[in-house]
Design a protein around this ligand. Structure first.
Ligand code: MG
Length: 159
């Protein structure tokens, strides 16, 4: 059995006048994440982990933020396309473990819905998708609510 692991990290700035999209769902909040795409920091971390597991580069190589094609892009589509690349290389996802680091809003009430969204996008069991949330304990840029970060680790196995 051949296994590969990958990790991803992403961070986006919080700004007024943007929708907060996290894990493919809209979360009501006074600010949203700023970016060329929908700035879904969690999905970007998972996408980077999937690509990284097979040394396929990163989200910026595949979907450059200088390309108008990806302006306002739905990160679920970028995630799906990256997983297509993984599957084309003969691998499938065993599980993903992720952490969102945000001072506000509280993510916990949305976690089940986020897990369902990611599992359905990748056509895997919800048990294979772990989403956790923590805060910055009011310290640093996360604590000051200037941005939200996310980390992801994935395990792939050869099909
Ligand atoms: Mg990003």
């Amino acid at each position: 059995m051949s296994f590969r692991i990958g990790q991803g990290y992403d961070i986006h700035r919080l700004a007024e006048g943007r929708d907060l999209i996290l894990g493919g769902i809209l979360i009501p909040h006074s600010k949203g994440l700023l970016g060329h795409s929908d700035a879904d920091v969690l999905l970007h971390a998972i996408t980077d982990a999937l690509l990284g597991a097979l040394s396929l580069g990163d989200i910026g190589t595949h979907f450059p933020d200088t390309d108008p094609l990806y302006e306002g892009a739905d990160s679920i589509e970028l995630l799906k396309r990256s997983y297509d690349l993984v599957q084309a290389k003969g691998y499938q996802l065993v599980n993903a473990d992720t952490t969102i680091i945000a001072e506000r809003p509280k993510i916990k009430p949305n976690i089940i819905q986020i897990r369902e969204r990611i599992a359905s996008a990748l056509d895997i069991e919800i048990e294979a998708v772990s989403v956790k949330a923590t805060t910055g304990e009011k310290m640093g840029f996360i604590g000051r609510e200037e941005g939200i970060a996310a980390q992801a680790i994935v395990l792939l196995e050869a099909k």
